[in-house]
Design a binder for this molecule. Structure first.
Ligand code: TRP
Length: 376
Protein backbone atom coordinates (compact mmCIF):
# COMPACT_ATOMS: atom_id res chain seq x y z
CA UNK A 1 0.00 0.00 0.00
CA UNK A 2 1.38 3.44 -0.90
CA UNK A 3 1.47 5.86 2.05
CA UNK A 4 -0.67 8.41 0.26
CA UNK A 5 -2.72 8.80 -2.90
CA UNK A 6 -3.38 11.98 -4.86
CA UNK A 7 -5.56 11.69 -7.96
CA UNK A 8 -8.38 13.93 -9.25
CA UNK A 9 -10.90 11.55 -7.65
CA UNK A 10 -9.13 10.45 -4.53
CA UNK A 11 -6.88 12.15 -2.00
CA UNK A 12 -5.86 9.98 0.92
CA UNK A 13 -3.14 9.46 3.54
CA UNK A 14 -0.37 11.64 4.88
CA UNK A 15 0.81 13.61 1.88
CA UNK A 16 4.51 14.11 1.25
CA UNK A 17 4.47 17.29 -0.85
CA UNK A 18 8.17 17.11 -1.72
CA UNK A 19 7.59 13.68 -3.18
CA UNK A 20 4.56 14.98 -5.11
CA UNK A 21 6.72 17.72 -6.62
CA UNK A 22 9.14 15.07 -7.85
CA UNK A 23 6.47 12.56 -8.97
CA UNK A 24 4.37 15.14 -10.85
CA UNK A 25 7.38 17.00 -12.22
CA UNK A 26 6.21 20.42 -11.01
CA UNK A 27 8.46 23.15 -9.63
CA UNK A 28 8.57 24.54 -6.14
CA UNK A 29 7.64 28.21 -5.78
CA UNK A 30 11.01 29.60 -4.75
CA UNK A 31 12.07 32.89 -3.18
CA UNK A 32 12.87 34.46 -6.53
CA UNK A 33 9.40 33.76 -7.87
CA UNK A 34 7.81 35.10 -4.69
CA UNK A 35 9.82 38.30 -5.08
CA UNK A 36 8.66 38.57 -8.66
CA UNK A 37 5.02 38.22 -7.52
CA UNK A 38 5.61 40.82 -4.85
CA UNK A 39 6.72 43.28 -7.53
CA UNK A 40 3.25 43.11 -9.03
CA UNK A 41 1.17 42.85 -5.90
CA UNK A 42 2.96 44.89 -3.25
CA UNK A 43 2.09 42.44 -0.47
CA UNK A 44 2.13 38.70 -0.87
CA UNK A 45 -1.06 36.85 -0.09
CA UNK A 46 -1.03 34.86 3.15
CA UNK A 47 -1.34 31.62 1.17
CA UNK A 48 1.93 32.40 -0.59
CA UNK A 49 3.72 33.56 2.53
CA UNK A 50 2.76 30.36 4.35
CA UNK A 51 3.58 28.14 1.39
CA UNK A 52 0.02 26.84 0.97
CA UNK A 53 0.39 27.57 -2.73
CA UNK A 54 3.69 25.76 -3.07
CA UNK A 55 4.28 24.54 -6.62
CA UNK A 56 3.83 25.65 -10.22
CA UNK A 57 4.44 25.08 -13.87
CA UNK A 58 5.54 28.00 -16.05
CA UNK A 59 4.34 30.67 -13.61
CA UNK A 60 7.69 32.40 -14.23
CA UNK A 61 6.95 32.41 -17.95
CA UNK A 62 3.44 33.86 -17.42
CA UNK A 63 4.89 36.69 -15.33
CA UNK A 64 7.70 37.45 -17.78
CA UNK A 65 5.24 37.53 -20.65
CA UNK A 66 2.92 39.76 -18.63
CA UNK A 67 5.80 42.16 -17.96
CA UNK A 68 6.36 42.30 -21.69
CA UNK A 69 2.76 43.26 -22.31
CA UNK A 70 1.34 39.79 -23.02
CA UNK A 71 -1.96 39.27 -21.25
CA UNK A 72 -3.17 36.09 -19.56
CA UNK A 73 -6.43 34.81 -18.12
CA UNK A 74 -7.24 32.67 -15.08
CA UNK A 75 -9.04 29.36 -15.18
CA UNK A 76 -10.29 27.36 -12.22
CA UNK A 77 -13.27 25.19 -11.35
CA UNK A 78 -15.41 23.23 -8.99
CA UNK A 79 -16.87 19.73 -9.08
CA UNK A 80 -20.26 20.15 -7.36
CA UNK A 81 -20.43 16.92 -5.39
CA UNK A 82 -21.45 18.35 -2.02
CA UNK A 83 -21.78 21.48 0.11
CA UNK A 84 -18.86 23.91 0.09
CA UNK A 85 -16.44 23.79 2.99
CA UNK A 86 -13.63 26.18 3.80
CA UNK A 87 -11.05 23.90 2.12
CA UNK A 88 -12.82 24.54 -1.18
CA UNK A 89 -12.66 28.30 -0.69
CA UNK A 90 -8.85 28.32 -0.58
CA UNK A 91 -8.12 28.22 -4.33
CA UNK A 92 -11.06 30.54 -5.01
CA UNK A 93 -9.94 33.18 -2.52
CA UNK A 94 -6.48 32.99 -4.01
CA UNK A 95 -7.85 33.21 -7.54
CA UNK A 96 -9.75 36.37 -6.61
CA UNK A 97 -6.53 37.84 -5.28
CA UNK A 98 -4.81 37.08 -8.58
CA UNK A 99 -7.74 38.58 -10.49
CA UNK A 100 -7.46 41.78 -8.45
CA UNK A 101 -3.67 42.02 -8.70
CA UNK A 102 -3.45 41.45 -12.45
CA UNK A 103 -6.91 42.72 -13.42
CA UNK A 104 -7.56 39.72 -15.65
CA UNK A 105 -10.46 37.59 -16.85
CA UNK A 106 -11.43 34.43 -15.01
CA UNK A 107 -13.16 31.40 -16.52
CA UNK A 108 -14.73 29.21 -13.84
CA UNK A 109 -15.88 25.73 -14.83
CA UNK A 110 -18.53 23.81 -12.89
CA UNK A 111 -18.23 20.14 -13.73
CA UNK A 112 -21.68 18.85 -12.88
CA UNK A 113 -21.27 16.25 -15.62
CA UNK A 114 -18.07 14.91 -14.05
CA UNK A 115 -19.62 14.57 -10.61
CA UNK A 116 -22.72 12.88 -12.00
CA UNK A 117 -20.48 10.43 -13.84
CA UNK A 118 -18.24 9.52 -10.91
CA UNK A 119 -20.45 9.78 -7.84
CA UNK A 120 -23.36 7.65 -6.74
CA UNK A 121 -25.68 10.63 -6.93
CA UNK A 122 -28.60 11.38 -9.18
CA UNK A 123 -28.73 14.30 -11.55
CA UNK A 124 -31.08 16.43 -9.45
CA UNK A 125 -28.92 16.09 -6.39
CA UNK A 126 -25.90 17.32 -8.34
CA UNK A 127 -27.92 20.27 -9.72
CA UNK A 128 -28.84 21.17 -6.14
CA UNK A 129 -25.12 21.39 -5.32
CA UNK A 130 -24.50 23.49 -8.43
CA UNK A 131 -26.95 26.13 -7.14
CA UNK A 132 -25.58 25.91 -3.63
CA UNK A 133 -21.89 26.07 -4.65
CA UNK A 134 -22.51 28.98 -7.03
CA UNK A 135 -23.49 31.14 -4.06
CA UNK A 136 -20.17 30.42 -2.38
CA UNK A 137 -18.20 31.07 -5.55
CA UNK A 138 -19.89 34.41 -6.11
CA UNK A 139 -19.56 35.30 -2.41
CA UNK A 140 -15.78 35.15 -2.81
CA UNK A 141 -16.14 38.44 -4.68
CA UNK A 142 -14.92 37.89 -8.24
CA UNK A 143 -15.33 40.82 -10.61
CA UNK A 144 -18.62 40.20 -12.49
CA UNK A 145 -17.33 42.12 -15.51
CA UNK A 146 -14.34 39.83 -15.82
CA UNK A 147 -15.69 36.48 -14.65
CA UNK A 148 -17.34 33.82 -16.79
CA UNK A 149 -18.86 30.80 -15.11
CA UNK A 150 -19.36 27.74 -17.30
CA UNK A 151 -21.77 25.08 -16.07
CA UNK A 152 -20.87 22.13 -18.26
CA UNK A 153 -24.34 20.70 -18.89
CA UNK A 154 -25.83 24.14 -19.46
CA UNK A 155 -23.10 25.86 -21.47
CA UNK A 156 -21.75 22.94 -23.44
CA UNK A 157 -21.90 24.86 -26.72
CA UNK A 158 -18.98 26.99 -25.53
CA UNK A 159 -16.81 23.94 -24.97
CA UNK A 160 -17.90 21.16 -27.23
CA UNK A 161 -16.02 22.07 -30.38
CA UNK A 162 -12.76 22.51 -28.48
CA UNK A 163 -13.36 19.32 -26.49
CA UNK A 164 -13.84 17.33 -29.69
CA UNK A 165 -10.61 18.73 -31.12
CA UNK A 166 -8.84 17.69 -27.94
CA UNK A 167 -10.51 14.28 -27.71
CA UNK A 168 -9.46 13.35 -31.23
CA UNK A 169 -5.84 13.79 -30.20
CA UNK A 170 -5.88 11.70 -27.02
CA UNK A 171 -5.79 7.92 -27.23
CA UNK A 172 -7.52 5.64 -24.78
CA UNK A 173 -4.14 4.25 -23.79
CA UNK A 174 -2.92 7.75 -22.80
CA UNK A 175 -6.11 8.41 -20.86
CA UNK A 176 -5.72 5.07 -19.06
CA UNK A 177 -2.12 5.82 -18.18
CA UNK A 178 -2.91 9.32 -16.89
CA UNK A 179 -6.21 8.69 -15.08
CA UNK A 180 -6.18 4.96 -14.37
CA UNK A 181 -9.37 4.26 -16.36
CA UNK A 182 -10.34 0.61 -16.66
CA UNK A 183 -12.57 -1.48 -18.89
CA UNK A 184 -15.31 -1.03 -16.30
CA UNK A 185 -15.07 2.82 -16.38
CA UNK A 186 -18.12 4.41 -17.97
CA UNK A 187 -17.46 6.05 -21.32
CA UNK A 188 -18.64 9.46 -20.10
CA UNK A 189 -15.75 9.83 -17.72
CA UNK A 190 -13.31 8.67 -20.38
CA UNK A 191 -14.31 11.63 -22.57
CA UNK A 192 -14.51 14.03 -19.66
CA UNK A 193 -10.81 15.06 -19.50
CA UNK A 194 -11.26 16.71 -22.90
CA UNK A 195 -13.97 18.90 -21.35
CA UNK A 196 -11.88 19.91 -18.37
CA UNK A 197 -9.00 20.81 -20.70
CA UNK A 198 -11.21 22.84 -23.06
CA UNK A 199 -11.43 26.11 -21.04
CA UNK A 200 -7.60 26.34 -21.16
CA UNK A 201 -8.06 27.39 -24.78
CA UNK A 202 -11.56 28.89 -24.79
CA UNK A 203 -10.51 32.58 -24.76
CA UNK A 204 -8.11 31.86 -27.64
CA UNK A 205 -11.04 30.52 -29.65
CA UNK A 206 -13.40 33.30 -28.60
CA UNK A 207 -10.94 36.09 -29.37
CA UNK A 208 -9.07 34.46 -32.23
CA UNK A 209 -5.62 34.98 -30.73
CA UNK A 210 -3.14 33.21 -28.48
CA UNK A 211 -3.64 34.10 -24.82
CA UNK A 212 -1.73 32.61 -21.89
CA UNK A 213 -3.68 30.65 -19.29
CA UNK A 214 -2.88 30.36 -15.58
CA UNK A 215 -4.71 27.76 -13.51
CA UNK A 216 -4.83 28.14 -9.72
CA UNK A 217 -5.96 24.79 -8.29
CA UNK A 218 -5.25 22.16 -5.68
CA UNK A 219 -2.54 19.82 -6.88
CA UNK A 220 -4.86 16.81 -7.33
CA UNK A 221 -6.01 18.34 -10.64
CA UNK A 222 -2.52 18.16 -12.09
CA UNK A 223 -3.09 15.08 -14.31
CA UNK A 224 -5.51 17.11 -16.46
CA UNK A 225 -2.84 19.71 -17.16
CA UNK A 226 0.21 17.47 -17.28
CA UNK A 227 -1.38 14.61 -19.16
CA UNK A 228 -3.87 16.35 -21.42
CA UNK A 229 -3.97 20.15 -21.70
CA UNK A 230 -0.25 20.81 -22.00
CA UNK A 231 0.30 17.96 -24.43
CA UNK A 232 -2.60 19.03 -26.59
CA UNK A 233 -1.57 22.70 -26.56
CA UNK A 234 1.44 21.83 -28.69
CA UNK A 235 -0.71 19.91 -31.16
CA UNK A 236 -3.29 22.71 -31.38
CA UNK A 237 -0.62 25.40 -31.69
CA UNK A 238 -1.84 27.08 -28.49
CA UNK A 239 0.15 28.31 -25.46
CA UNK A 240 0.69 25.60 -22.84
CA UNK A 241 -1.46 26.42 -19.79
CA UNK A 242 0.52 27.26 -16.64
CA UNK A 243 -0.43 26.21 -13.11
CA UNK A 244 -0.10 27.36 -9.53
CA UNK A 245 -0.83 24.50 -7.14
CA UNK A 246 -2.04 24.45 -3.55
CA UNK A 247 -1.77 21.87 -0.82
CA UNK A 248 -4.95 20.48 0.74
CA UNK A 249 -6.56 21.89 3.85
CA UNK A 250 -6.69 19.04 6.35
CA UNK A 251 -9.87 18.10 8.18
CA UNK A 252 -10.10 18.90 11.89
CA UNK A 253 -9.60 15.22 12.73
CA UNK A 254 -6.34 13.37 12.91
CA UNK A 255 -6.00 12.37 9.27
CA UNK A 256 -6.64 13.42 5.74
CA UNK A 257 -7.91 16.42 3.79
CA UNK A 258 -11.12 18.17 4.70
CA UNK A 259 -13.95 16.13 3.24
CA UNK A 260 -17.71 16.62 3.23
CA UNK A 261 -18.10 12.91 3.91
CA UNK A 262 -16.84 13.56 7.45
CA UNK A 263 -19.03 16.51 8.42
CA UNK A 264 -17.84 16.78 12.03
CA UNK A 265 -14.24 17.40 10.93
CA UNK A 266 -15.23 19.81 8.22
CA UNK A 267 -16.34 23.45 8.46
CA UNK A 268 -19.07 24.21 5.94
CA UNK A 269 -19.61 27.72 4.64
CA UNK A 270 -23.15 27.65 6.03
CA UNK A 271 -22.20 26.44 9.52
CA UNK A 272 -23.47 28.54 12.41
CA UNK A 273 -21.58 29.68 15.45
CA UNK A 274 -22.49 26.63 17.52
CA UNK A 275 -21.41 24.20 14.79
CA UNK A 276 -18.07 25.94 14.44
CA UNK A 277 -17.43 25.98 18.19
CA UNK A 278 -18.37 22.32 18.59
CA UNK A 279 -16.27 21.13 15.65
CA UNK A 280 -13.23 23.11 16.71
CA UNK A 281 -13.67 22.02 20.29
CA UNK A 282 -13.43 18.40 19.13
CA UNK A 283 -10.46 19.00 16.81
CA UNK A 284 -7.31 16.94 17.02
CA UNK A 285 -4.59 18.96 18.77
CA UNK A 286 -1.01 18.41 19.76
CA UNK A 287 -1.84 18.73 23.43
CA UNK A 288 -0.85 16.38 26.24
CA UNK A 289 -3.41 14.26 28.04
CA UNK A 290 -3.38 16.28 31.26
CA UNK A 291 -3.00 19.98 31.99
CA UNK A 292 -0.12 19.24 34.31
CA UNK A 293 1.76 17.31 31.65
CA UNK A 294 1.13 19.99 29.05
CA UNK A 295 2.36 22.75 31.35
CA UNK A 296 5.54 20.73 31.91
CA UNK A 297 6.25 19.34 28.45
CA UNK A 298 4.40 21.71 26.15
CA UNK A 299 2.21 20.91 23.13
CA UNK A 300 3.12 19.92 19.58
CA UNK A 301 1.95 22.56 17.09
CA UNK A 302 3.41 20.57 14.19
CA UNK A 303 0.69 17.92 14.54
CA UNK A 304 -2.09 20.21 15.82
CA UNK A 305 -5.02 20.95 13.52
CA UNK A 306 -5.95 24.11 15.40
CA UNK A 307 -2.45 25.43 14.83
CA UNK A 308 -2.54 24.38 11.14
CA UNK A 309 -5.76 26.31 10.63
CA UNK A 310 -4.32 29.39 12.25
CA UNK A 311 -1.08 29.05 10.31
CA UNK A 312 -2.52 28.49 6.85
CA UNK A 313 -5.81 30.36 7.00
CA UNK A 314 -6.72 32.51 9.94
CA UNK A 315 -3.69 34.17 11.59
CA UNK A 316 -2.32 36.76 9.20
CA UNK A 317 0.12 38.24 11.67
CA UNK A 318 3.54 36.56 11.34
CA UNK A 319 4.68 37.64 14.81
CA UNK A 320 1.49 36.41 16.44
CA UNK A 321 1.63 32.96 14.82
CA UNK A 322 5.25 32.55 15.90
CA UNK A 323 4.29 33.56 19.43
CA UNK A 324 1.47 31.01 19.52
CA UNK A 325 3.86 28.31 18.39
CA UNK A 326 6.48 29.14 21.00
CA UNK A 327 3.97 29.50 23.83
CA UNK A 328 2.39 26.19 22.91
CA UNK A 329 5.76 24.44 22.89
CA UNK A 330 6.64 25.96 26.27
CA UNK A 331 3.38 24.92 27.83
CA UNK A 332 2.36 28.55 28.36
CA UNK A 333 -0.94 28.21 26.51
CA UNK A 334 -3.31 25.29 26.53
CA UNK A 335 -5.45 23.86 23.75
CA UNK A 336 -8.67 25.41 25.04
CA UNK A 337 -7.30 28.92 24.56
CA UNK A 338 -6.17 28.24 21.01
CA UNK A 339 -9.48 26.62 20.14
CA UNK A 340 -11.41 29.61 21.37
CA UNK A 341 -9.12 31.98 19.51
CA UNK A 342 -9.52 30.04 16.27
CA UNK A 343 -13.30 29.62 16.68
CA UNK A 344 -13.71 33.39 17.07
CA UNK A 345 -11.80 34.03 13.87
CA UNK A 346 -13.69 31.36 11.93
CA UNK A 347 -17.08 32.62 13.12
CA UNK A 348 -16.17 36.18 12.12
CA UNK A 349 -15.04 35.02 8.69
CA UNK A 350 -18.15 32.90 8.11
CA UNK A 351 -20.53 35.66 9.16
CA UNK A 352 -19.09 37.92 6.49
CA UNK A 353 -19.07 35.14 3.92
CA UNK A 354 -22.68 34.27 4.70
CA UNK A 355 -23.79 37.88 4.20
CA UNK A 356 -22.14 37.95 0.79
CA UNK A 357 -23.59 34.49 0.07
CA UNK A 358 -27.07 35.82 0.71
CA UNK A 359 -26.50 38.77 -1.64
CA UNK A 360 -25.12 36.43 -4.31
CA UNK A 361 -28.61 35.03 -4.88
CA UNK A 362 -29.56 37.99 -7.07
CA UNK A 363 -26.28 38.11 -8.95
CA UNK A 364 -25.90 34.61 -10.36
CA UNK A 365 -26.82 35.45 -13.95
CA UNK A 366 -24.29 38.32 -14.07
CA UNK A 367 -21.53 35.75 -13.90
CA UNK A 368 -22.70 33.19 -16.44
CA UNK A 369 -20.66 32.75 -19.60
CA UNK A 370 -23.71 33.11 -21.83
CA UNK A 371 -23.36 36.87 -21.45
CA UNK A 372 -20.79 36.31 -24.22
CA UNK A 373 -22.88 36.08 -27.33
CA UNK A 374 -20.15 35.14 -29.80
CA UNK A 375 -20.78 31.73 -31.23
CA UNK A 376 -17.75 29.52 -31.68
N1 TRP B 1 -12.48 18.58 -11.57
C1 TRP B 1 -12.54 19.64 -10.61
C2 TRP B 1 -13.17 19.13 -9.30
O1 TRP B 1 -13.55 18.00 -9.19
C3 TRP B 1 -13.36 20.80 -11.15
C4 TRP B 1 -12.58 21.62 -12.14
C5 TRP B 1 -12.87 21.81 -13.46
C6 TRP B 1 -11.39 22.38 -11.87
N2 TRP B 1 -11.97 22.63 -14.04
C7 TRP B 1 -11.06 23.00 -13.11
C8 TRP B 1 -10.64 22.61 -10.73
C9 TRP B 1 -9.94 23.83 -13.20
C10 TRP B 1 -9.52 23.43 -10.83
C11 TRP B 1 -9.18 24.03 -12.06
O2 TRP B 1 -13.26 19.85 -8.35
Amino acid sequence: MPEFIVTPWEVRGKIDYDKLIRDFGVKQINRELLEKLREFSGDLHLFLRRNLFFAHRDLDKILNDYENGKEFFLYTGRGPSGHTHIGHLVPWIFTKWLQDVFNVDLYFQITDDEKYLVKRKNFDEIQGYVKDNLLDIIAVGFDPDKTYIIINTRHISYLYKIAVEIAKRITFSTAKAVFGFEDSSNIGIIFFPALQAAPCFLPCYLKGKKINCLIPAAIDQDPYWRGVAREIAIKLGMPKPAQIHSKFIPGLGKHGKMSSSEPETCIFTTDGEEDVKRKIWNAFTGGASTVKEQREKGGRPEICMVYQYLFYLFEEDDRKIEEIKQKCKNGEILCGECKEYLAKKVVRFLKEHQKRREKAKDKIEDYMIDKIKTAL
